[in-house]
Design a protein around this ligand. Structure first.
Ligand code: AMP
Ligand code: ZN
Length: 496
C-alpha cells in the first residue's frame, strides 16, 4: 500500500495532501552542489535531508526518479567572476580539473554520510545545448531580449502578462528591484534592474565559454536547473527541492524561466531545507563561517572539544526537522553521540535476544504496533524525522526492558516481536541510513592492536621463549580472545 503523504509546499506556505502527477511515481529535482570548493557541513545537512526524503518515498511505495545536478558553470561571485574560473585561477588548474576534484570530494562525503546516489546526476556543462534551446524558447515567447551578445529575462513583461514573479519568495516588485543585483559586471545593460541574465557574453579572460546564437559566452546560473529538470523530468514534475537560501533569486528565476519558455510552472511542490548554523550564524562558504566535515570528524577545530564519527554527526542532523534551523554546538553533538550509541547498542542485541515470546497476540502488542504506526505517520506528515525518532526510541526502550527482564517476554507475541525487529532495522538502516561506525572504528583499532600483540608473540616464539608465548595466549583467552597457531600462521578470533 502506497502511503498518503502531506508535504509543506513552500509555494503555498502550507501543508498539502501530496498528489503525484502519475499515480505511484514521483519526479524529484534537487539543486546540487557548486563544485568550486570542498562541500561544507551545511551542504551535507541539506543533501542528507533530501536523501532521507528520497529513501522514505521509496519505502512509502513510490517509484522515484531523483535528479540532483552538479553546478560546474555559471554561478557568479560578487565581482562578476564565475565561481569555477575563480577556483581554477587560484589553484592554477583547468576549470574542469577543479570541478572534477570537488565532485569526487562531494561524492566521497556523500558516501561517508551513507546517502544513496540520485537516479541521474547531470552536469551544467554537459547541457549547454539544452540551455541554449531554452533561451531560444524564452526569446520566441517574448520574455527575453538580447543586448550586445548577452540575453536577459524580461521581468516587467512577465509580470504584465499576469505571471507570478516573486510568489515563491514572497517578494513584491519593489523589493525585487532592490535585491535582484545578479552580480553581473554589466548591470546597466539590463532594461530593468530586476531582469536577470540567461546568457552572458564572455569577456576575453573568461575561461569557460561556448558558442551560441548571441555570442561566445556561458549560461546564467539559474538556467541549468530549468533546462536539466525539464529534460529529465518533463515540463511539469512533482517535487523541487533545495536549501531555503535558494528561494530567491535561484528558484524564483527557475519558475520564471520555465513559465517563460513553456507557460507552465516546473514543480507542483517546493520543499526547502533550513540552514545549519555555526554559533548562531548561517554556515556559508562565501562568508568563511564553516566547519568542514573532516575537521568535525577529527576534532581538529576550535569549535569542538573532540572528534565525532560521521554517523554521530548524521544522527545530530536528525534531531531537527528539515524545515527548522539547526545550530552546531559541542554539547548538542555530545548528546547526539550518546543517543546514537544507545541506539546502536540496542540494535546490536536485537538478533541475539533468545526469549520465549507468547504464541498468541497480547495487550502489549497493541501498544507496540501503535508506536510502530506512529513512527511511520510522523514521516508521512512532511517527513518529521525527530518525531519519528522519538517513537523509535519508545520502541528501543521496550526492547531494552525485554532484554533486562523488566517486561516479561510472555507479554509480547512472537509475531509482534518479529515485526518490531524488522521495523527498527528498516527505519534505522534503510530509511535514516545510519550504520554502526562507532563499532567499526573500535573494531579497526582492535585489529591493529591484535596485529601488534601477535607480532610481538611471533618474535618471542622465534626466540623459542615458549613460556612467554603461552602466557600471552592464555591471557588473551582470559580476555575472550582465542589465538590459533597453524601452518598458515597465527590467527585470532573472539572466543564465543
Ligand atoms: P551550494 O554548493 O552553495 O550551491 O549549496 C548546495 C546546497 O546546500 C544548496 O541546496 C544550499 O541551499 C545548501 N546550503 C548551503 N548552505 C547551507 C547551510 N548552511 N545549511 C544547510 N544547507 C545549506
Ligand atoms: Zn538549482
Amino acid at each position: 500500500m502506497i502511503h498518503a503523504l502531506k508535504l509543506f509546499n513552500s509555494l503555498k506556505r502550507e501543508k498539502e495532501d501530496f498528489k503525484p502527477i502519475q499515480e505511484g511515481r514521483i519526479g524529484m529535482y534537487v539543486c546540487g552542489p557548486t563544485v568550486y570548493s570542498d562541500v561544507h557541513l551545511g551542504n551535507c545537512r541539506t543533501f542528507v535531508s533530501f536523501d532521507i526524503i528520497y529513501r522514505y518515498l521509496l519505502y512509502a511505495g513510490y517509484k522515484v526518479r531523483y535528479v540532483r545536478n552538479i553546478t560546474d558553470v555559471g554561478h557568479l561571485l560578487d565581482d562578476g567572476e564565475d565561481r569555477m574560473s575563480r577556483g581554477a585561477r587560484l589553484d592554477q588548474l583547468e576549470p574542469m580539473e577543479v570541478a572534477q576534484r570537488y565532485t569526487v570530494g562531494f561524492h566521497d562525503m556523500m558516501q561517508i554520510f551513507n546517502t544513496k546516489a540520485p537516479s541521474i546526476e547531470p552536469r551544467a556543462t554537459g547541457h549547454i545545448i539544452e540551455q541554449i534551446k531554452m533561451v531560444e524558447d524564452i526569446l520566441a515567447r517574448g520574455y527575453a531580449y538580447e543586448k550586445d551578445g548577452s540575453v536577459y529575462f524580461n521581468t516587467p513583461k512577465f509580470l504584465e502578462d499576469g505571471y507570478p514573479y516573486g510568489e515563491l519568495s514572497g517578494r513584491v516588485i519593489d523589493e525585487l528591484l532592490n535585491e535582484s543585483r545578479d552580480n553581473l559586471k554589466k548591470q546597466d545593460e539590463k532594461n530593468h534592474p530586476s531582469d536577470f541574465a540567461l546568457w552572458i557574453k564572455a569577456s576575453e579572460d573568461h575561461l569557460m565559454r561556448w558558442p551560441s546564437p548571441w555570442s561566445i559566452g556561458f549560461p546564467g546560473w539559474h538556467l541549468e536547473c530549468s533546462a536539466m529538470s525539464t529534460k529529465y523530468l518533463g515540463e511539469r514534475f512533482d517535487i523541487h527541492g533545495g536549501g531555503n537560501d535558494l528561494k530567491f533569486p535561484h528558484h524564483e528565476n527557475e519558475i520564471a524561466q520555465s513559465m517563460g519558455a513553456c507557460g507552465t510552472a516546473p514543480a507542483n511542490y517546493w520543499l526547502h531545507t533550513n540552514m545549519l548554523l555555526l554559533n548562531g550564524r548561517k554556515m556559508s562558504k562565501s562568508e568563511g563561517n564553516t566547519i568542514s566535515p573532516t575537521e568535525l570528524f577529527s576534532g581538529n577545530s576550535q569549535h569542538i572539544s573532540k572528534g565525532y564519527s560521521p554517523m554521530s554527526v548524521k544522527f545530530f542532523f536528525l534531531q531537527a526537522h528539515y524545515r527548522s534551523p539547526l545550530d552546531i554546538t559541542d554539547d548538542a553533538l555530545q548528546a547526539a553521540e550518546k543517543g546514537f550509541k544507545r541506539l546502536m547498542e540496542t540494535l546490536k542485541v536485537l538478533d541475539i535476544i533468545t526469549l520465549q515470546f507468547n504464541a498468541s497476540a497480547t495487550e502489549k502488542d497493541k501498544e507496540i504496533l501503535n508506536t510502530i504506526r506512529e513512527s511511520k505517520s510522523h514521516m508521512d506528515d512532511d517527513f518529521n524525522v525527530p518525531n519519528s525518532l522519538a517513537s523509535i526510541f519508545d520502541l528501543i526502550s521496550i526492547v531494552n526492558s525485554l532484554k533486562d527482564g523488566h517486561i516479561s517476554s510472555q507479554e509480547v507475541s512472537q509475531s509482534c516481536w518479529d515485526t518490531l525487529k524488522e521495523h527498527l532495522k528498516t527505519m534505522i538502516f534503510e530509511v535514516f541510513a545510519l550504520k554502526n561506525d562507532v563499532e567499526e572504528s573500535s573494531s579497526k583499532s582492535m585489529d591493529g592492536l591484535m596485529q601488534l600483540i601477535l607480532e610481538l608473540r611471533a618474535d618471542v616464539r622465534e626466540r623459542k621463549d615458549w613460556t612467554t608465548a603461552d602466557k600471552i595466549r592464555e591471557s588473551l583467552k582470559d580476555a575472550g580472545i582465542q589465538v590459533k597457531d597453524g601452518k598458515e600462521g597465527t590467527s585470532w578470533s573472539y572466543d564465543i
